[in-house]
Design a protein around this ligand. Structure first.
Ligand code: RP5
Length: 169
């Protein structure tokens, strides 16, 4: 399991395939920027179903507080994780080649009542926002994360205000 931080991971970032990494790296880089301890792993609902069950069933006891799950196509991963863990599951629809991620979005967002999955935008923006949302969930109990999140938002605002004229040159 790939830990990118020496402290105990609070957020698990999982994805259905190595091919999802380009998208999910946007979640991981935001977590890194905000100093959120996390782990990263490929867990496939279709190819490694037993691993999926073990990962979800042990997640809370291992100290995770949220799981960001990215998948494309018939994207069962976030919903199946949510079925096996009480932790918040943040679903990221990966942009599929055949249907541009609309299939992924609908697969993740249309959970029947009873097992929620928070669903984000298709692709890179969704992955980035899932990480920011996970940081928001953790902020109340982790002052350093709250501070990093505030600083990130302030920087983002300053960036816009510093250059309000959109014309090049
Ligand atoms: C899903 O199938 C994965 O999340 C990925 O987005 C998609 C395609 O996977 P590969 O065939 O590229 O491994 O399970």
């Amino acid at each position: 399991m790939g830990n990118s931080d020496t402290s105990k991971p609070l957020v698990g970032v999982v994805m259905g395939s190595r091919s999802d990494w380009d998208t999910m790296s946007h979640a991981v880089s935001r977590l890194e920027t905000l100093g959120v301890a996390h782990e990263v792993q490929v867990v496939s609902a279709h190819r490694t179903p037993d691993l999926l069950f073990d990962y979800a069933a042990s997640a809370r006891d291992r100290g995770l507080r949220a799981i960001i799950a990215g998948a494309g196509g018939a994207a069962h991963l976030p919903g199946m994780l949510a079925a096996k863990t009480p932790l918040p599951v943040l679903g990221v629809p990966v942009k599929s080649r055949a249907l541009n991620g609309l299939d992924s979005l609908l697969s993740i967002v249309q959970m029947p009542a009873g097992i929620p999955v928070a669903t984000f935008a298709i692709g890179d923006a969704g992955a980035a926002n899932a990480a920011l949302f996970a940081a928001s969930l953790l902020a109340a109990d982790h002052p350093a994360i709250a501070q990093a999140l505030d600083a990130f938002r302030a920087r983002q605002t300053e960036d816009v205000l510093a250059q309000p004229d959109p014309r090049p040159g």
